[in-house]
Write a protein that binds this ligand. Structure first.
Ligand code: GDP
Length: 420
């Protein structure tokens, strides 16, 4: 069988705005529930003395897991004709941020849920900010509980305008705003006849239209040098292809030293013989036409598709250190094969990862805080924006001997300043 495409999706929103109901209803409407799940929900509802709740489906899963039966709640899935969707579980913001920044989880798209009746809450905005912080650009805003406002187009538009203005300021441009009533399945799996004024697709069709980001193989070549060996008078440049494809004969650029040469041969260790092209995920050795002095940490790319290279950049980081992260102190930054001294030039914004509350005028970043910072490295290094390349856009910070934080590259400083 051909492997089905998988898309990771995260569902965020103020408590009680309907996350569990949306998820439960999506599982139900796509027949992605295990046998007996609905019966369990009925039982849980009865036990709680409450009417049937799709939200209890998640409780039912949890119960099943506690009994050690089947499903792992962190891997809730639903299926459409097009692909499988894995719901990234976010038990708390802290775990979510940590997992996303460290690479343990990766949400490719997000559903941001707003209760139509309660309207946009502070937490709805914080969730929007969180998505921008993580560079998640495929965002659908669901205005839920439309039944409570008589399916009013006017109120939907008010929420849409207000949220859109807020998100656009954060450089988040939602793909769609969809009016839904998750409890009744309106505009989730099928078009609602309660809201004929809404001309867009219902949620499932909308997300099925989403094109997945190109895999790492299809992205620009990034081949960070791990080591250079001398071998029978040849110099072999070794490392792992982080993204893209490399072929014999390719003209390549070595950054940040800015040297151009061509690939003479590729030695792919695993195969113990020569290959004409290698791609993302492979550890390889190559020889090049011009034997410059190359060293660990430099990036090989194609000439017309170079990585960013600078000594100052903007980053979003998650701090786990025992000591606070402070300005003007020497830390070590590790980004793929690069390892270099760095310092925090400025702390732009700090938020408590548990509550997502803004910490005003912070001069340091404490354990479990998330911060927007500007980092300066001792020398120029190579990287990409995280949203363009997850392997070369991610780094860790070492304080003394301890890995104390993880971060993602948000962009060059000049670019950010002209953009805002
Ligand atoms: P969560 O905290 O975001 O996961 O919210 P829940 O999914 O638990 O929903 C909170 C409450 O809102 C529950 O009692 C749901 O039944 C209710 N709810 C969810 N969706 C709708 C809806 O479309 N219409 C109405 N009237 N209530 C809803």
């Amino acid at each position: 069988a051909i492997a089905r495409e998988v898309l990771n999706i995260v569902v965020v929103g103020h408590v009680d705005h309907g996350k569990s109901t949306v998820i439960g209803r999506l599982l139900y409407d796509t027949q992605s529930l295990p046998e007996g799940a609905i019966e369990r929900v009925k039982r849980i509802s009865r036990e709680k003395g409450k009417p049937f709740e799709y939200a209890y489906l998640l409780d039912a899963f949890e119960e099943e897991q506690k009994q050690g039966i089947t499903i792992d709640t962190t891997r809730l899935q639903f299926h459409t004709g097009k692909r499988d969707y894995v719901i990234i579980d976010a038990p708390g913001h802290k775990e979510f941020l940590k997992n996303m920044i460290s690479g343990a989880a990766s949400a490719e798209a997000a559903l941001l849920i707003i209760d139509a009746n309660e309207g946009i809450q502070e937490q709805s905005k914080r969730h929007g900010y969180l998505l921008s912080l993580l560079g998640i650009q495929k965002v659908y805003v669901l205005v839920n509980k439309m039944d409570l406002i008589d399916y009013s187009e006017e109120k939907f538009n008010e929420i849409r305008h207000e949220m859109n203005e807020f998100l656009n300021n954060l450089h988040v441009y939602p793909l769609k705003y969809i009016p839904v009533a998750a409890f009744y399945g309106e505009n989730l799996a099928s078009r609602s006849d309660k809201m004929p004024w809404y001309k867009g697709e219902p949620l499932l069709q909308a997300i099925d239209l989403l094109e997945k980001d190109q895999g790492l193989e299809g992205k620009p070549l990034r081949f960070p040098i791990q080591d250079v060996y001398k071998f029978d008078n040849r110099r072999i440049i070794a490392g792992r292809i982080e993204s893209g494809t490399l072929n014999v004969g390719d003209e390549i650029l070595i950054s940040p030293s800015n040297k151009v040469t061509t690939v003479k041969s590729i030695e792919y260790w695993a195969e113990k013989d020569k290959q004409e092209s290698v791609y993302a995920g492979m550890s390889v050795g190559i020889t090049v036409a011009d034997e410059f002095f190359n060293q660990r940490g430099e990036f090989i790319s194609h000439v017309n598709n170079a990585p960013l290279s600078a000594d100052t950049f903007k980053a979003n980081l998650f701090w786990l250190g025992k000591r606070e992260l402070v300005k003007n102190k020497e830390y070590k930054l590790k980004l793929v094969t690069q390892e270099i001294e760095c310092e925090i030039l400025s702390i732009i914004k700090v938020i408590d990862a548990t509550t997502l509350e803004n910490i005003e005028n912070a001069s340091q970043v404490k354990t479990n805080d998330v911060a927007e910072v500007i980092i300066r490295t001792k020398k120029k290094i190579c990287f990409d924006e995280f949203k363009n390349n997850q392997n070369t856009g991610r780094f860790v910070i070492v304080d003394g001997y301890d890995v104390s934080g993880g971060g993602i590259v948000a962009g060059l400083v000049e670019e950010i300043q002209t953009a805002s």
